[in-house]
Write a protein that binds this ligand. Sequence first.
Ligand SMILES: *Cc1c(COP(=O)(O)O)cnc(C)c1O
Length: 435
Amino acid sequence: MHNSNTASIYESLGISKEVYEFGEKILEGLRERFDHIDEIAEYNQLKVIGAMQKARVQEACLMGTTGYGYNDTGRDTLEEVYANIFHTEDALVRPQITCGTHALALALMSNLRPGDELLSPVGKPYDTLEEVIGIRPSKGSLKEYGISYSQVDLLPDGSFDYEGIKNAINDKTRLVTIQRSKGYQTRPTLSVERIGELISFIKSVKSDIICMVDNCYGEFIETIEPSDLGADMVVGSLIKNPGGGLAPIGGYIAGRKDCIENAAYRLTSPGLGKEVGASLGVLPSFYQGLFLAPTVAAGALKGAIFAANIYERFGFDVVPNGSEERYDIIQAVSFGKPEGVIAFCEGIQAAAPVDSFVTPEPWDMPGYDSQVIMAAGAFVSGSSIELSADGPICPPYAVYFQGGLTFPHAKFGILKTVQYMLDKGLVDKAQLVVK
Ligand SMILES: *Cc1c(COP(=O)(O)O)cnc(C)c1O
């Protein structure tokens, strides 16, 4: 009775019975894995509650300030909560940090000085950082300020090129940037454990190097964070995992006291630092979002695994694959032709709570060589912890999919994509039969 009710509400939302039942079959095989994800979420939920209790979060913390924002207890306490979660000396968590790129740029620009060198030992960093660093010429880049950059790629098998890294470290090397998530590349995402090994190695070569981790999309996926294994700074966006879908803006840097102090003086002004920066009205969403973040991240992770198992079965190339360990929430599926990318994005869009009736189309996005299609029907504009997908219309015609504030929504979105695939003849009915 329960099942047929569920099947019929799916049917009323455009999911045929065969697609629904196919999804149920796939899910049966994932129960054990999902239980493990729930255990991690449980651990992290307690970690967050413990961090809030330790910082003595109280009702007054939810009130914001205006103007200069002196004595903003809620802001200061929230930063203490972040420091407790990441086990760091301090943290900077602000709505004035506009996005993940800004948080990363801030951490870099405030901790590097002219003549210093920045090293990425894990290959090319995230696209937007190319202009921050000056890999692609840009106004205000680190390069313009006389900060040089060197890069050591991962070896073909995805392992660290320890020899190359050792050779790249020199007297000028001041800061190392390590990107945890693969982002929109094909290399594997790094586990916290592997990041810890890399940091130990780097510090054994030169002990005073600042190790910064771009933690975007990785928060709360494991029970430890890179700062537990030696990272001097972890940096991320609040419209991804740690904002829990509720934070409407913001970024964070958690880390060593001197690094955070540098960042604060750069964000506001020398002499002012953390003392100013009104929180306006965002604190309730920052606190509540952080509180929800462990279970939200778990739901998104389940969605990614569900999608991988479905599309792998259909014979498409999925990264990560259906069974491997996961260290971030991003799922890539390569369709080999544009129709697949388009149908997938249409399905995600059609499942959205906001703008479900619009049809995403490929467009010439600034900064890209090829057209890009994007699906998002988010409460927070551009939020990629909410269910979203995008893909460039060029070989290998891969779509990148992430998010879902709840697993039922992620599941619905993925079933929608399957329905679109089926209706457009990109997948055959016979492929929905699971023995
Ligand atoms: C999203 C992301 C960024 C940049 O964050 P924005 O908020 O989009 O500026 C940087 N690094 C990684 C790995 C990301 O996933």
